[in-house]
Design a protein around this ligand. Structure first.
Ligand SMILES: *Cc1c(COP(=O)(O)O)cnc(C)c1O
Length: 395
């Protein structure tokens, strides 16, 4: 491993150059260490490595050079001391909670949270005595009012899916710290290229690497980034014992993904901004949700807290579900799938897919109308995307 990097490098340089793994063969591009375990020269060396008095890899559930390179590079890009890679983004949330929380602890989060994370809190962690309160995403007073003496964690996702609502990370960190709690931010939608929550005061960051870090829709994985004690010791210790670890092959795909992340995010943002502006001009589009537009109620916060506006755009069409489904069914190029963070642009109707299992009342409360569509903008030419959406909008 080439351990040298300068933390002041920009995110493009860190993505290409931080923590380059290198074996004795001096390969230029990272090779993959596909091995479940490592051998020792002697019984004494095995004992020393197991005891931690001599460095070395033991077993790929918790030590593998390819996974380690991905962890170190992502930590460098987020500005964190330590990172632990996980089997998926959901495994990152679960690992974080099981490592740092205990029975009787309370969590405050937003009702705009990713659906599977809400299910994890409500249906799994609740069985182990971890309580959760949900507040409106942007309502800072609401976050503070929900805090109890047992609150250990504030868990935020910004921007949210599909309405791209933001929350002020620095203000939330302040609330958490005044009440002796930690702040974790799910940074999946923006990546460290566009937003660095740790630098804004958050204690922990989680990722679904499945999205932009992979960037081409190939592998499922995740990561937790934070300080050397909580992540480097507590989360690492949990991973060593419990094992929801990332495969070295997937770690290699993500490591290579980080090399192009800054360039890809720039292109994703440009396309998304162009599409949001074009949508705003369409007569059958009632409203467009994109933090880069001046009409977004949190545009100023996005400018302050983010280095770009991301690539998720939501919009509401006249005519409810029927009109929204027409737009989807008229596409020939855009993929009908709920995934995001891919080179390929995707489209979904949240009310009947990602948010279909919640009651119509709760959906209306969350602002997810029947005419709402979400587009996760990919890397195709903008004019081909507008032509593909334009067909259905004119029907
Ligand atoms: C996809 C996603 C997750 C879950 O990640 P998986 O890799 O699918 O397990 C968590 N948070 C957000 C914001 C996501 O988009």
């Amino acid at each position: 491993m080439n351990e040298f990097f300068d933390p002041d490098w920009g995110s493009a340089t860190l993505g290409v150059r931080a923590a380059e793994p290198r074996t004795g063969n001096r390969e230029h591009s990272a090779s993959i260490s596909m091995t479940s375990s490592y051998v020792f020269e002697s019984a004494a060396q095995a004992a020393a490595v197991f005891a931690g008095s001599e460095p070395g890899y033991i077993y790929s559930r918790f030590t593998n050079p390819t996974t380690e390179a991905f962890e170190k590079r992502l930590a460098a890009m987020e500005g964190g001391e330590s990172c632990v890679a996980t089997a998926s983004g959901m495994a990152a949330v679960l690992t974080l909670c099981l490592s740092l929380l205990r029975q009787g602890d309370h969590v405050v989060t937003s009702s705009g949270l990713f659906g599977s994370t809400i299910n994890l809190f409500n249906n799994v962690l609740s069985r182990f005595g971890i309580e959760v309160s949900y507040v409106a995403q942007g309502d800072l007073a609401g976050w503070e009012q929900a805090v109890r003496p047992s609150t250990r964690l504030l868990f935020a996702e910004t921007p949210t899916n599909p309405l791209v609502e933001l929350v002020d990370i620095a203000a939330l960190a302040d609330i958490a710290h005044r009440h002796g709690a930690l702040l974790c931010v799910d940074n999946c939608f923006l990546t460290p290229v566009l937003q660095q929550p740790l630098k804004l005061g958050a204690d922990l960051v989680i990722h679904s690497a499945t999205k932009y870090i992979d960037g081409q829709g190939r592998c499922v994985g995740g990561a937790i980034v934070g300080d050397a004690q909580r992540v480097g010791k507590d989360v690492f210790g949990f991973m060593r014992t419990a094992g929801p670890c990332l495969s070295p092959f997937n770690a290699w795909v993500f490591l290579k993904g980080l090399e192009t992340l800054a360039a890809r995010m720039k292109a994703h943002c440009e396309n998304a901004h162009g599409l949001a502006e074009w949508l705003s001009e369409q007569p059958t589009v009632k409203r467009v949700f994109y933090p880069g537009l001046h009409t977004h109620p949190q545009h100023a916060l996005a400018q302050r807290q983010q280095k770009g506006y991301g690539a998720v755009v939501a919009f509401e069409v006249e005519g409810g579900r029927e009109a929204a489904w027409k737009v989807i069914d008229a596409t020939r190029l855009i993929s009908i799938t709920a995934n995001l963070g891919d080179t390929r642009t995707t489209i979904t109707h949240p009310a009947s897919t990602t948010h279909g299992r919640i009651s119509a009342e709760a959906r209306a409360h969350a602002g997810i109308g029947e005419g709402l569509l979400r587009v996760a903008v990919g890397l195709e030419d903008l004019r081909d995307l507008t032509a593909d959406l334009g067909r259905g909008l004119r029907l």
